[in-house]
Design a protein around this ligand. Sequence first.
Ligand code: HPA
Ligand code: ZN
Length: 345
Amino acid sequence: MTTAPPVSADRLPALLAAMPKAELHIHIEGSLEPELIFRLAQRNGVALPYASVEELRRAYAFTNLQSFLDIYYAGASVLLQAQDFYDMAWAYLQRAAADNVIRAEIFFDPQTHTARGVAMETVIDGLHRACRDARKIGVDAELILCFLRHLSEEEAFDTLEQALPFRDKFIGVGLDSSEVGHPPEKFTRVFAKSAKQGLHLVAHAGEEGPPAYVWAALDVLKVERIDHGVQSTRDPALMKRLAQDRIPLTVCPLSNLKLCVFPRLEQHNLRELLDAGLMATVNSDDPAYFGGYMNENFLQTFAATGLDAQHAHRLARNSFEGSFASAQEKRRYVDRLDEVFATFA
Ligand code: HPA
Ligand code: ZN
């Protein structure tokens, strides 16, 4: 099926929830709910600068990316043991399964943990066990190691070196944290080395940063996907390039709203990206902080922008085709998508 059958508007929310989908942009540390932060703080004897879950939640009023990152890194300070990383990932994977996410490619930020004395093996072991167990609840889950771009390339090299003994437990590398002032070029050599290891390459670009950062991620880092990329609409030549090369964009609408990239969800440019023929997808980014997991992102964005069932089918199909699954897995995922759409016809 290349186009979806028509679906009446009143059944659109049920369809968005029921359709199988892949999540390609989720930071596992951003899935840490305040309740779990407090539970792990108690379990590990870590002091938090917030008196209660409610007080912590009240601090989630962000004005830009950096104002979020400061709180996000503080929240991750409760993670010490492999079991903590397992519990965090398992909570996310159960939540994803409930939203009919059947594939998840999950970012993790090892430097946030190794800087506190947590061993790389502890981080990867806990996360990987959860990903393996996810198959039992119908989710194919893989890990992508992200370098923190506010740190140096030398530190990224150290991180890659520490992770290579566990090379079989992650499928790619990415680039996240503070974007403006830390262009992709800063990480040229460590991305080249990662490519030599056969790792997939992605990078955050064009979340707050300019189109030039998206160009550099593509042409210098040679990434296969762009995370966010919403600033690309400012550059017509870049839009043409992204469409022609079918570069997946992992768009995160509620994240963009909460970090004030767009003042209102109604003004989000997801429709513009799709209309220009770009391979856009919908993702949750840091769902515990931005007010919604996958289905909430779909539901709120469709309600605000008037996208329809055809868009839903395209976004879900893009999520599978833009994933790092095998060709055979992708076919199986898209078949399942078409089956669910057929039941809504
Ligand atoms: N952008 C950059 N770094 C991040 C993000 C994001 O949206 N979420 C977690 N780390
Ligand atoms: Zn992100």
